[in-house]
Design a protein around this ligand. Sequence first.
Ligand code: GDP
Length: 202
Amino acid sequence: MSRNNVLLKVILLGDGGVGKSSLMNRYVTDRFDSQSFHTIGVEFLNRDLEVDGRPVTLQIWDTAGQERFKSLRTPFYRGADCCLLTFAVNDLQSFLNLSCWKKEFMFYSDVKEPESFPFVVLGNKVDMERREVGEDEARAWCEENGCCPYFETSAKDDTNVTAAFEAAVRVVLAAEDQIGHALLGSTIDLHGNRKTSRGSCC
Ligand code: GDP
């Protein structure tokens, strides 16, 4: 991370198997593996990028398979700037479970302003022929639940993956601009806690 970068923590949440690790790996390493990544147990990966002229280090946290135990550790949620709620378009149950994941996130995270916390929703595996969730249905859920924007993605075909992560950065920066928070110079420790050292880099 360069000295002037804004560090943003985003977390991928959703049922096991919907493609969270694959999306993270596609975005950071530009690779897709048809085998699951769970054995690797990666918790987060960083990627530097520039969005609308602003240098950003995106720290993407993945559950590393622990969502199968239903309750995740608090450090996973702590300090998150954006939550990417993920389902697979060929798996209705994973779509129906989005509400549970959103509730779980709100319960365990340390979000100060729940009303304005940014969510992005990803309907993954759009390369699959058989769908159980329509795009209109997904968009309607997002509108009703205040979780916008919505992206139809494929980690396999690299559809909308970059667009989705960049949109997450944009919604966070827009929200931060609105409430006047300074993220510059902050770091996130291994327990997921954000530490702000204002003035260190500006
Ligand atoms: P996670 O449990 O949510 O992290 O899901 P994984 O990333 O481990 O993916 C579960 C399975 O779905 C793996 O076999 C992946 O190769 C596959 N997968 C992930 N994303 C896609 C996708 O966009 N399209 C297709 N067809 N398969 C995918």
